[in-house]
Ligand binder design. Structure first.
Ligand code: IMP
Ligand code: MG
Length: 194
């Protein structure tokens, strides 16, 4: 096989079936540039602090894998899992499905989120993790929606600020689909779908 056949630079321009068609919105290159920047910032800020990275499942899985490999400090890795009684694209009440496994009392914790939308998950997890007696708590999110910024609910570290539209890819799903895509896709308004 030729090298040119093996390298897929982008996913398809559009994905899905009406009424849930999405178009490519942010390329994997752009995302990876921001991941590298975040890795540098965190490596600088957490040098000598032996931090614990805690990923929020399921959406964090690609970001966590990429970000952790950009860090130049030693870290411990753990995960929590939240479920919201989510109905399609509507957020609901939150429940902690999986707690932290490590003893994080006295540790410097970096919570790793795919996206901050309403900021409810971020608030819920801040309260929960602080209750475990950590030395400090910071949050890093790959994407932050504009509404979260307006409501002053942004994390300490932000990859990219995006409009308040529904997105999939780079860990984010709609009905369990599209998480594995390397690019980020945005929902096409219904009236513009074929
Ligand atoms: P919150 O509204 O900030 O609490 O976001 C809760 C969670 O909803 C995020 O961690 C994502 O897993 C999910 N979520 C929020 N916005 C989107 C989106 O546009 N697409 C897919 N999942 C989303
Ligand atoms: Mg999430």
């Amino acid at each position: 096989m030729q090298l040119s056949q093996m390298v897929i630079e982008h996913g398809p321009e559009t994905i899905g079936e009406a009424p849930y068609c999405f178009r490519r919105f942010i390329s994997s290159e752009r995302i990876q540039n921001e991941v590298r920047r975040l890795g540098q910032e965190l490596s600088r800020d957490f040098a000598g602090r032996d931090p614990v990275l805690i990923g929020v499942l399921n959406g964090c899985f690609l970001f966590m894998a990429d970000l952790s490999r950009e860090l130049r400090v030693e870290v411990s890795i753990d995960f929590v899992k939240l479920s919201s009684y989510r109905d399609g694209m509507q957020a609901g009440r939150l429940n902690l499905d999986k707690n932290v496994g490590l003893d994080i009392a006295g540790r410097h914790v970096i919570l790793v989120e795919d996206i901050v939308d309403t900021g409810n998950s971020l608030d819920f997890l801040r309260t929960h993790i602080r209750g475990l007696g950590v030395a400090s708590l910071s949050m890093v999110a790959m994407f932050v929606k504009e509404s979260a910024i307006r409501l002053n609910r942004q994390p300490e570290y932000t990859g990219l600020v995006i409009p308040d539209d529904f997105v999939v890819g780079y860990g984010l799903d709609h009905g369990g689909r599209w998480r594995q895509l390397a690019d980020l896709y945005v929902l096409i308004p219904h009236e513009d779908q074929a």
